[in-house]
Design a protein around this ligand. Structure first.
Ligand SMILES: Cc1cc2nc3c(=O)[nH]c(=O)nc-3n(C[C@H](O)[C@H](O)[C@H](O)COP(=O)(O)O)c2cc1C
Length: 194
């Protein structure tokens, strides 16, 4: 399996409007592949404006927030490409799309790394932070997974939350659980749009 790094990807439409979404970047040679599912804003933006910025952050609320409709995270201008990065990023990569492999479900945008910068010392993830990331991914697949699988995953991830979560992880966990509960009650309209 190739290495996949979970990042916060910022893209822009032709008018310069920024879109922020968590995506797993797939290592390929000396570049990175962004593979957004259809339909998605990230896909539309990469097609219209072939640049992206991938921010690395220790604040897992950004991942949980983006998939629960809380996308308003502070950004600053990128250094070399047209775009922005998370203001709070530990480090970031600026990417230019070199080629596109079309696909019915999930086109692959192969990107060249144009610039990378580090902004602070990386403190690592603890188990609760890793659990929030896992639940964030899970909440984007609720409709595709059997209910028993969701229950089993939640039961396991809750162990890490109960043992190691701080205030940021608890907040992120609650946002995600709100989405899970809304899905389970069939009231997905009550959850914020992800
Ligand atoms: C950690 C993480 C990784 C994700 N990776 C991908 C990915 O590689 N491709 C994708 O289409 N969606 C991925 N998602 C789901 C998207 O973030 C989410 O569906 C998003 O809203 C994409 O649609 P948008 O560009 O319209 O916002 C991921 C979510 C999380 C939390």
């Amino acid at each position: 399996m190739p290495r996949i790094v979970e990042t916060i990807v910022t893209t822009q439409d032709v008018s310069g409007q920024v879109h922020i979404a968590p995506l797993g970047l797939i290592a390929e040679g000396d570049g990175w592949v962004i593979a957004p599912f259809k339909p998605s804003r990230t896909l539309d933006n990469l097609t219209a404006n072939p640049f992206a910025v991938a921010s690395h952050t220790g604040d897992v609320r950004v991942f949980a927030g983006c998939v629960t409709g809380r996308r308003d995270w502070p950004t600053v201008k990128a250094d070399v490409v047209r775009g922005v990065r998370l203001a709070d990023a530990v480090s970031h990569w600026e990417l230019a799309v070199e080629s596109v492999q079309e696909d019915e479900q999930r086109p692959r945008f192969r990107c060249r790394l144009m610039h990378a910068a580090t902004h602070k010392v990386w403190g690592g993830y603890n188990r609760a932070e890793a659990a929030v990331l896992e639940l964030a991914v899970l909440t984007t697949r609720l409709a595709m997974l059997p209910p028993e699988k969701i229950d089993a995953e939640l039961k396991y991830l809750e162990i890490a939350i109960s043992k190691t979560a701080g205030p940021r992880e608890l907040e992120a966990w609650e946002w995600l659980m709100e989405k899970v509960r809304a899905f389970r009650s069939g009231n997905t309209g009550a959850a914020r749009k992800s």
